[in-house]
Write a protein that binds this ligand. Structure first.
Ligand code: ATP
Length: 349
């Protein structure tokens, strides 16, 4: 099996007045593991369904390795599908569920039994082939669903919230298993989830969808350190937003000493910075982008102390390393180094 590159170009789908997916263009590299992330109703499942051939797009195209697949019916697309519910045949054994597609392809029973046994080993269900699926736990059922999809050696694996019905511990185990299977097979994988933590943990790249459109595509880290859109930054839980203006290549916020360079055009803007990206320094003095604020709150939060700092008219939340002394009321240097924050234009919004 060779890994397949996926290209979505101007993809769109409407249901009546609802634009479920709008002008979605996305390149997924061969062998990549992408989380299609976003809140409920943002169009993730519709996108996956168009990839699988279960929903026909109204606009745009989908290419696998440069060739359009839109004319291929679902059963001829080289994709494996795993849904939230495992959808197994209840009257068949585990092995017969996994081997069903191979039987349909006419594979001889001895070869089929060998392939199924190998696949069951890979999903850690070795020895359970003769069980009825009704005798399995939820996690085991989803392993069978994964095995059933992968045993056919598809070019692309599509998963729609596959672990959302499992408990937290089991979900973590299933994510680890899926990562291992991906590393072993190198199959191009698209994983739909609304859970930002799950996307960060399982995927190499994230495509963030908001209201039917793409709001960012990059590594999990880039969504924290270099968000592409303000909405994307908010989805990833940025808690500090400082409103101001850009003028002549500088962003400044009234009532603070914040004045940083930007390449945005003149207009209304907002600077966003995550609490863990701000450093507090005991020494006073405004040097090299450091400003003086006042500590107005501090609460121990396990791995860090959550500190509220007043900076002019604004209040910033800062994650300060636990164990470093901090006192309510003290003046403190607030370090907003270049690269730690992002400025977005809000003019015209
Ligand atoms: P969730 O995480 O809740 O499954 P989602 O991000 O996968 O959400 P979709 O299921 O793709 O979102 O739905 C996108 C929008 O399209 C929603 O407003 C939904 O109500 C609408 N929609 C999806 N399928 C249909 C359909 N068959 N008929 C009418 N509207 C639909």
């Amino acid at each position: 099996m060779t890994a397949t590159a996926i290209t979505l170009t101007g993809l769109g789908k409407s249901f009546g007045m609802t634009d479920a997916v709008q002008d979605l263009s996305l390149e997924l590299a061969a062998g990549s593991f992408t989380a299609l992330l976003g809140p409920s109703g943002c169009g993730k499942s519709t996108t996956l369904s168009m990839l699988a051939g279960l929903t026909a797009p109204d606009r745009g195209d989908i290419h696998f390795d440069g060739a359009s697949i839109l004319d291929l019916p679902a059963e001829r697309r080289p994709v494996g599908l795993v849904f939230q519910k495992p959808l197994l045949f209840p009257h068949l054994t585990v092995a017969d569920n996994v081997g069903f597609g191979l039987r349909m392809r006419g594979m001889r029973s001895r070869d089929r039994a060998r392939r199924v046994a190998e696949m069951l080993d890979r999903v850690q269900l070795g020895g359970l082939g003769e069980r009825r699926v009704g005798e399995l736990s939820g996690g085991q059922e989803q392993r069978v669903a994964l095995a059933r999809a992968l045993v056919l050696e598809p070019d692309v694996l599509l998963l729609d919230e596959p672990f959302s019905q499992l408990d937290t511990t089991l979900r973590a185990q299933m994510r680890a298993l899926l990562r291992r299977l991906h590393v072993d097979s190198g199959i191009t994988t698209v994983f739909v989830t609304h859970d930002q933590g799950e996307a960060v943990e399982v995927a190499d790249t994230i495509a963030l969808m908001l209201a039917g459109t793409l709001a960012g595509h990059g590594t999990p880290e880039s969504f924290y350190t270099r968000p592409e859109t303000l909405a994307g930054a908010r989805f990833f839980g940025v808690t500090n937003e400082i409103t101001g203006r850009t003028r002549h290549g500088r962003f400044s916020a009234p009532g603070t000493a914040i004045d940083v360079s930007t390449d945005l055009p003149d207009g209304d803007a907002v600077l966003v910075i995550r609490p863990e990206m701000i450093q507090l320094e005991a020494q006073a003095g405004v040097v090299d982008g450091r400003r003086i604020g006042r500590v107005v709150g501090a609460r121990f939060a396990g791995t860090h102390v959550s500190v509220d700092v007043e900076l002019g008219h604004h209040r910033l939340r800062v994650h300060h390393p636990a164990g470093r002394p901090i006192t309510i009321g003290q003046s403190i240097g607030v370090d907003l180094r270049q690269g730690a924050y992002t400025v977005f234009t809000t003019t015209g919004r």
